[in-house]
Design a protein around this ligand. Structure first.
Ligand SMILES: [Ca+2]
Length: 564
């Protein structure tokens, strides 16, 4: 299929590949913009590995050589260090990810809809049954209930489906030698080398997120060293190859983070009308009895069965109009796993769903709720069917999907924000395909030029003697025809990888023409097409197209439908 109507901003090619960042420092908070489990999947190295400049590699080699003494001080033998750092090639991709600014702030309802959907609940219940013995043993030893442990697993790696594929030593060594967090990542690099040296996990299997989190529940190497346990008794701590080791280690982590056995993480609550939202905040703790006096109550009306002096905080993730939560010590234990309140709420809520609970009683304050992963895939399939080049249907709303969403929102007259929500999904379900054929421009037929300017900024399409359009352009299946004025021009065009319309070839047949103004206009049009031949489709509407030319000029094309 020829792919049209794609407007990729330059530099938008960096996929949304984010580390899961479990146990990373709070500086990373807010950088996880999409599903945590999806975030844990790094793109295959071959796809996003930039060329390494020789000088940078030389700097990298020298840096690694300089780490030898510190590694020895951390208990790493010279043999281990040499064997595992000798042939490392740095990966500039992880530096780009370290400095990546989120292009899109995910509303809490989108975040929750993707992380706690029916699929993840059903999968989690199956895992509760399948690993019941291990989970019971973990509860006995560490006091953490099965549903919470499984919820962490589900959010961190979709129950082991999405681990991240980057070689950990490459990522950590690169981050140890460049950019702004070298000291932190050197500690993680040494921990990773210790893991290899101890025989817990082989170097070639040690793969994970760009930032170094790995395994079923995405531990950082230093967390592994402090917390990981051999829970299946084979003599090795292996959070990649052993589900029991991963589940036991996660329970151990939560215990060490202050888990109180038998206590709930918190409850969804109702706040009274006119409640002072300034009282909310995870670190703003009060006695439970104080909250109850202020009129807070569980949404199901049942009593909160904890002592009145239990410390509790109120969370209003979307303000007083949205769902409200009263949270206790165990919420903080989950928060310690990855310092993000949205993240902790997703795990807490998923654990409730795994225990048989339902969704939130109070809806999110939006008229356009978020999509489950299944619905995200459905939306992507509908975008593909309409001719948008969004790549694979993978449920990941990346920059290409967002661009396609913006175009459809514009076409439909929705607010143009690039967000994947229920409103757009419903609209596209109602008209699953573009009106005619796969070639969205070809079916439009004829286009006339309006509003283009020449290099001096003078309008060139204003010339319309005899009241007729100067030019009509026909784009059809790779070929292009221009009519009107004195010239007949034909040529070929293509769409490049960035979604720009590129005119490959122009043939112009100059006909005798007495009208100098038309001649001038035609030359200007030919110049536009031939000189700066890269066009980017800036905006598109049914039968209208705004092109941005490589030199920054814009032209506006309007379809002229052939008479029926
Ligand atoms: Ca083991």
């Amino acid at each position: 299929m020829r792919r049209f109507l794609v407007a990729l901003p330059p530099g938008a090619l960096m996929a949304l590949v984010m580390g899961a960042c479990a146990q990373l420092q709070p500086q990373f908070e807010g950088k996880v913009e999409s599903d945590v489990d999806v975030a844990a999947v790094a793109a295959p190295p071959s796809e996003d590995k930039p060329e390494v400049p020789p000088r940078m590699q030389a700097e990298f080699d020298a840096c690694l050589a300089g780490l030898r003494d510190d590694a020895a001080a951390a208990g790493i033998s010279a043999a281990t260090f040499t064997a595992n750092t000798r042939d490392l090639v740095l990966d500039p991709g992880v530096l780009a990810l370290l400095n990546r600014q989120p292009e899109f702030t995910t509303p809490i309802w989108d975040y929750m809809a993707g992380l706690v959907d029916e699929e993840r609940v059903a999968d989690g219940r199956a895992m509760l049954a399948r690993h019941a013995d291990t989970l019971a043993r973990a509860q006995q030893r560490y006091g953490v209930d099965p549903a919470t442990v499984v919820a962490v697993w589900g959010v961190e790696s979709d129950y082991g489906r999405t681990f991240g594929t980057r070689p950990l030593l490459v990522s950590l060594a690169t981050l140890s030698c460049f950019d702004r967090r070298q000291a932190f990542f050197r500690g993680e690099l040494f921990s990773a080398l210790q893991i290899i040296q101890s025989g817990d996990i082989d170097a070639d299997r040690l793969r994970g997120s760009w930032a170094g989190a790995f395994g079923h529940t995405q531990f950082m190497p230093s967390t592994f060293q402090r917390i990981a346990v051999d829970f299946d008794g084979d003599g090795r701590r292996d959070l990649i190859g052993s589900v029991p080791d991963a589940l036991g280690s996660t329970a151990h982590y939560l215990q060490r983070a202050g888990w109180r056995s038998g206590q709930p993480w918190g409850y969804e609550v109702r706040v009274p009308k006119g409640f002072d939202a300034r009282l909310a905040g995870r670190t703003d703790r009060r006695a439970l009895s104080d909250w109850l006096r202020r009129g807070i109550e569980r949404v199901d009306g049942r009593p909160i069965d904890l002592p009145g002096d239990t410390r509790a905080a109120l969370l209003l993730p979307a303000g007083v109009e949205g769902p409200a939560f009263l949270v206790f010590k165990n919420f903080d234990a989950i928060y310690a796993y990855n310092a993000s309140e949205s993240y902790a709420l997703a795990i807490a809520h998923l654990s409730d769903r795994l225990r048989g609970g339902g969704g939130f009683a109070t809806p999110w304050p939006t008229d356009d709720p978020g999509l489950s992963r299944k619905e995200r895939k459905e939306l992507q399939a509908l975008l593909l069917a309409r001719g948008h080049d969004i790549g694979e249907v993978d449920g990941i709303i990346g920059s290409r999907t967002r661009d396609a969403i913006r175009q459809e929102q514009q076409r439909l007259g929705h607010a143009v924000d690039g967000r994947a929500g229920q409103r757009l999904l419903r609209a596209l379900r109602a008209q699953p395909q573009a009106p005619a054929g796969p070639d969205a421009l070809a079916q439009v037929g004829r286009w006339k030029l309006q509003g283009a300017t020449d290099a001096a900024g003078q309008p060139i399409a204003a010339v319309a003697p005899h009241g007729k359009p100067v030019h009509a352009i026909v784009l059809s299946d790779g070929s292009l025809g221009i009519e009107g004025g004195c010239n007949h021009m034909g040529g070929r065009y293509d769409i490049d990888a960035q979604g720009r319309l590129v005119v490959q070839e122009i043939q112009s047949t100059l006909m005798a023409c007495a009208d100098q103004a038309l001649m001038t206009a035609d030359s200007a049009v030919a110049g536009l097409l031939q000189g700066a031949s890269a066009w980017r489709i800036a905006e598109s509407y049914p039968e209208q197209l705004y092109l941005e030319h490589a030199d920054g000029r814009r032209s506006h094309w309007v379809a002229v439908r052939p008479a029926p």
